[in-house]
Every structure is written in C-alpha cells, then in structure tokens.
Design a protein around this ligand. Structure first.
Ligand code: SF4
Length: 235
C-alpha cells in the first residue's frame, strides 16, 4: 500500500494553511460521540468547505471532492468506501457500476433512493494509473482517519436513525475499529452515540465475484440490506 503523506503538525515546516475554515475537529467517528455537544454545521457549508480539502494526499490527485447526496434529514444513511472513476468525474456518489447495482438493490427493496442519504467514508478517489486507466486503490487507515470528520459532519447534520456500512472501509470509519465484514455482515453494530450500523458488502465486491454466483450473492446482499427496512418506516 502506498504510504500516505499527511500534513505535518507543529514545527517550522508546517505549511501556511490556505483552505477556508473547516468543520469542528471530530477526528474520528468513534471519538465524536464523547466530544462536547456542538451544533451541527449545515450540509451545504460542509460541502463547500470539503471542496477545498487537502488534509490528506488524495485531494490533490482526484478531479473533485465527491460529497454525499440525498434527503437532508434521511432516517437512513448508506456509507460506501470512496468515489470510483465515474463518481470522480461526475462529482456524485454511487453513479458508476457499483452505484447501478445499489440502485438495482434499492428497486428490489422498494426503497426510494431520494429518501436515503448516500455518501462515502473517503471523499476523494484514490487510484493509480495503469496506462491510461485509473485503477481503484483502497484508502489507507490514515486517509480514512483524515476524512472521518467530514463523514461525522454529515451524520451530525442529517441525524439518521441508523446507518448502513457498505464494506470494510465504511465500517471501520463508522465504528472506529477494523470490522470483519464477511463474518459481521447482516449484523447491527452500535456506535457509542447509540446509532446502529448495519454491516454488509460493498457492491463492488459483488461485481468482482464469480459471475456464476453473482445472482445468488446479490439476493443475499439484498437480504442484508432489508434488515434496515424498518428504519425507513415513519414512526
Ligand atoms: S480524502 Fe477526505 S481528508 Fe483527504 S483530501 Fe479528500 S476530503 Fe480531505
């Protein structure tokens, strides 16, 4: 894995900050619930701030920040890993092949995509060039940590009753610890703030799987997601 280069803290070599004011320093999703109470920052404000983020090296390598989208006060938030190639170019989450598979699952469940808030744990596309192709690279722990306060800002602003973590990166960011997705999929975990997190696979994992078993795996994945159906029901 490429070792990320994070900004230095303290000392004479620290660069002069040029970015606009940033969100409160909720550095990890796991420590945020124990932080002093603070007023959520509006999604539009966070989005504008994140557009200039260079808190890890990924910001300089991608086309743009891909911010979350959906209902501003959604009861359910679905969190993926990071934008893919298409999301990076278009600037919206879940619009590439993995997003199409998610849309197919939402249709199978009868869920309205616009009623959910969709986002990623990491807001910039990590990749490496192979010829002219930009190949996905999994974000590192430090990149996940650097980006966690943006995700926490979205959680604070939207206030979902529960979240779905698609894949290990999302689960790690939301829980503040490594999560074994294959053994913990289909289970509700609980964050210190009391919010429940349903863990399952990222749709790209299904796309990479054996084509012969893809339909069976899709149905199992939809069954995982269906466990969050009660969250969408008005109470
Ligand atoms: S990936 Fe996250 S922390 Fe890194 S530059 Fe982008 S928005 Fe900032």
């Amino acid at each position: 894995m490429t070792r990320p280069i994070l900004p230095e803290h303290g000392g004479k070599t620290r660069p002069t900050p040029t970015r606009p004011p940033r969100a409160p320093p909720a550095r990890t999703a796991i420590d945020a619930p124990t932080s002093p109470a603070r007023r959520p920052i509006a999604l539009a404000t966070l989005r504008a701030q994140a557009a200039h983020c260079r808190e890890c090296p990924l910001g300089a390598l991608a086309t743009q920040t891909v911010w979350g989208e959906g209902a501003g006060h959604a009861r359910l938030m679905i969190v993926g890993e990071q934008p893919g190639d298409r999301e990076d170019l278009i600037g919206r989450p879940f619009v590439g092949p993995a997003g199409h598979l998610l849309d197919k699952a939402l249709a199978a469940l009868g869920w309205d995509r616009d009623a959910i808030y969709l986002t990623n744990a990491v807001k910039h596309f990590k990749h490496e060039l192979r010829g002219k192709r930009r190949m996905h690279k999994t974000p590192g722990q430090l990149e996940i940590l650097a980006c966690a306060h943006w995700l926490q800002g979205e959680i604070d602003a939207v206030g979902p009753a529960a979240l779905v973590a698609l894949g290990g990166t999302a689960a790690r960011s939301l829980m503040g610890r490594p999560v074994k997705v294959l053994s913990e999929r289909g289970q509700w975990l609980q964050r210190p703030d009391g919010r429940r997190v349903l863990v399952t696979l990222h749709p790209s994992a299904l796309l990479r799987g054996d084509p012969a078993g893809r339909e069976r795996e899709f149905e199992r994945w939809v069954s995982d997601l269906a466990l969050a159906g009660d969250v969408l029901q008005p109470h």
